[in-house]
Ligand binder design. Structure first.
Ligand SMILES: Nc1ncnc2c1ncn2[C@@H]1O[C@H](COP(=O)(O)OP(=O)(O)O)[C@@H](O)[C@H]1O
Ligand SMILES: [Mg+2]
Length: 146
């Protein structure tokens, strides 16, 4: 599924729709995000949080690796994997527990390489211009759409 957006609000709206879909699943899910610095990953995650943890202020957890938001019906975990160089660096961090407990979204999933969790939804954001973005969402369920 592909979307073109021309404002941060439009990107946030796609994130909001994905958050809505994942909330309706009612079970843990993993969203692997890909895209360069400034692509709009955090903007997208804010859209997700608007339904998964309404009223929470979302900042990229660059130094803490993960932020936890709990204002919704299921925990929402926001990872920023910029500072890791491989999935083995997440050993001892309880990564598996997060996956089992809530809805997870990870900026810089490039750094997980092949170790992206099975069944992950993938979201790629590419710049097409100053404000233009191409957002590609893959691996939703057969009956799922945004
Ligand atoms: N169509 C768009 N979608 C998302 N962000 C956009 C768009 N156009 C411009 N921007 C700007 O790009 C920046 C994206 O920042 P951010 O979400 O923090 O990126 P990332 O987390 O990928 O590094 C913001 O300053 C935002 O205002
Ligand atoms: Mg970011």
């Amino acid at each position: 599924m592909e979307f073109i957006t021309n404002t941060p609000e439009e990107t946030g709206e796609i994130g909001r729709r994905l958050g809505d879909l994942l909330m309706k699943r009612g079970e843990p899910s993993f969203v692997a995000m890909y895209g360069d610095l400034g692509a709009g990953k955090t903007v997208f995650v804010r859209g997700m949080a608007s339904v998964l943890s309404p009223g929470s202020r979302v900042k990229s957890p660059t130094y803490t690796l993960v932020n936890e938001y709990r204002r919704g019906p299921i925990p929402f975990f926001h990872f920023d994997l910029y500072r890791i160089s491989g999935a083995d660096e997440l050993d001892g961090f309880g990564f598996e527990e997060y996956l089992a407990r809530g809805i997870c979204v990870a900026e810089w999933s490039e750094n997980l390489g092949e170790d992206v969790p099975d069944g992950a939804v993938t979201v790629r954001i590419e710049k097409t211009g100053e404000d233009g973005r191409r957002i590609t969402v893959e691996n939703l369920g057969e009956e799922e759409t945004l």
